[in-house]
Design a protein around this ligand. Sequence first.
Ligand code: G1P
Length: 285
Amino acid sequence: MKIKKCVLPVAGLGTRFLPVTKELAKEMLPLVNRPIISYGVEEALASNCSEIIMITGRAKRSLENYFDRSFELEELLKSRGKMDLYNMVVKISNMAEILYIRQREPLGLGHAILCAELVCKNEFFGVALPDDVFINDVPVLSQLIKIHERMGGTVIALEEVAPENVSRYGIVKSQFEVEPGVHKIIDMVEKPKPEDAPSNLAIMGRYVISPTIFPLLQNAKTGAGGEIQLTDALKVLCEQEPVWGVVYKGRRFDCGTQKGWLAANVQLAMDDPELREVILEIVNK
Ligand code: G1P
């Protein structure tokens, strides 16, 4: 069965990016001219996931509004003959079928994924953490879907990180490499101390997940940071079903932090011929 659904957890409060996230949803911060969330949705669509499921919270109404029709704005643009802008605005509201599910309490990523159970309980589904923005020709989610279509099972995006950074991520233990860059995962741990990490292969925010995860999440106890962790449920899953880790191709930016967000903006601007000039002018001065 083809992967059709992609879950995007967006209920997080963005404490790593205060003070701007005190009032503004972190997913609405711009990357050049589009909000961060748009990149996640565009990646899911480019990976042929036509059903987007956002796990949202009360402070995130601006995301729903962004992907909805905006009649006042549309009428204004039409009446002023600004048809390019009108078409751009209408296109956003037509880009995807989006279902919004409320995560009523901030109980962690595992709990956010559990909120999608009603919609995803019978099929494998994609997960994209919107903070992790990948700039790449072949979407990272589609790289994982290709492995799932060939080998079945759950698939997780991996990146090698420096030993001093393992405590920021979920870290996996590989049994062996089945082919270059594809690992059979037999264990994992969320945000370990460097001395406890089973490797330096870190989980990055893209997954294809088996529906078997739902009962495991239901039984999950609170883990690292006092939250229900997806990594803890995936650890149990890899004892029951194949879980593959794929060292993805592409460049990742952690847009949940000021540094990562700034780096992504500079990179995207440098990739644009007009904006590149602006950056180079500032740097050269
Ligand atoms: C989450 C996951 C973690 C993963 C990370 C990637 O952590 O729990 O396993 O390595 O995303 O960005 P968070 O960054 O939400 O704390």
